[in-house]
Write a protein that binds this ligand. Structure first.
Ligand code: FES
Length: 105
């Protein structure tokens, strides 16, 4: 397990995202309107659309390429489509506001 500091709470707008790369994987961290953070692989399971460029609606992001909807909490694609993304646990330091994510491996 690797715990990485990826930025500060103020770096991400509400319903916005921030991306970064760990080895060969690009990860997008989204902030929902309730303030919660969700880190997912930035690659749609359909044809690889960059989810960080999609629109966040509730707890889902709409892929910018073909509008699949993906739940940012579970990584699961909404029906009738199918698939799942890798998700990564996030943590925020209550004092400093720094964001950390945990990557297996
Ligand atoms: S690549 Fe995301 S919906 Fe097609």
């Amino acid at each position: 397990m690797n715990k990485l500091r990826i930025g500060h709470l103020t770096d991400i707008d509400e319903k916005g995202s921030r991306t970064f790369k760990v080895l060969d994987t690009e990860i997008a961290v989204f902030k929902l309107s309730d303030g919660s953070l969700h880190a997912v692989e930035n690659r749609c399971p359909h044809k690889g659309g960059r989810l960080s460029e999609g629109m966040v609606c509730g707890t889902a992001v709409h892929c910018p390429l073909h509008d699949w909807k993906i739940d940012l909490r579970s990584g699961k694609v909404h029906e009738p489509d199918e698939g799942c993304l890798n998700t990564y646990p996030t943590e925020v330091d209550g004092n400093s506001g720094e964001i950390y994510i945990t990557i297996a491996g």
